[in-house]
Structure formats: C-alpha cells, structure tokens
Design a protein around this ligand. Structure first.
Ligand SMILES: [Mg+2]
Length: 123
C-alpha cells in the first residue's frame, strides 16, 4: 500500500507544480474543478456516443489515444481537487470501498446490477 500512496503523491505534486507555475490557483476553486471533472467525463462519453457496446471494446488506435487523454484529464482534475481540498485520495478510496462492500454484499449482488437500495433489508 505505501507504494501506491507514493505514486499518487508524486502525481499530485507534479500537478501542483504545473498549476503553480502558471499561476492558475486563482481559477481552481472546488466549484470550477468539480465542473471540469464532469466536463472531461462528458468528453470521455463522447468517444462512445453512437457506437455499440461491442464496438466500445474495440476502439481504433486514434480513438484509444483520445480515450487515454480523456481518462488522464479526469484524473488530473480529480487529483487537482484533492490538492485544493487536502483530500487523501488513497484513504478516501479505501473508506469508500469498505462502504461499497457493505452496500453490495457478494452473496446478494454477485452477477446483478441493482442499485444498493435494492439490497437494503435483505442482508
Ligand atoms: Mg479533455
């Protein structure tokens, strides 16, 4: 686990320097960064717009590069938001996965795609 934290922190530091070097902290409010995450997610979805689920697994090289760029854009804005709000992303993900395990017990949710509320009261 420590290795993953070091990797995330290293990327967060690179993003922090990139933003500081350009004097962009003034624009990077939590509001603007959260909107930017959603905008980049929409750009990711645009790649898959109008193609079938089967085609979505078989992108050509150009589409694949575009996909990776959009995934990176989302991650950069997310880590930028973590910098601004001092969020330990690794700890937040660990906490959320514990919650997800409780919301989606394997014995009830395996192979199913219901929202967690479907399983409430059945545990
Ligand atoms: Mg983009």
């Amino acid at each position: 686990m420590p290795d993953k934290n070091i990797l995330v922190q290293s990327i967060k530091n690179k993003i922090k320097k990139f933003v500081k070097d350009r004097d962009w902290e003034q624009y990077h409010s939590p509001k603007n960064l959260s909107m930017s995450i959603a905008i980049e997610a929409a750009e990711l979805m645009e790649i898959f717009q109008w193609i079938t689920e089967e085609q979505s697994f078989k992108l050509n090289k150009k589409q694949r590069l575009e996909l990776e760029d959009e995934v990176a854009d989302i991650a950069v804005y997310l880590l930028n938001l973590c910098n601004v709000l001092d969020i330990d992303l690794s700890a937040a993900i660990s906490r959320k996965m514990i919650k997800n395990k409780k919301k989606y017990p394997v014995n009830l949710a395996k192979g199913k795609m219901h929202k967690y509320t479907f399983y409430e009261g059945k545990k």
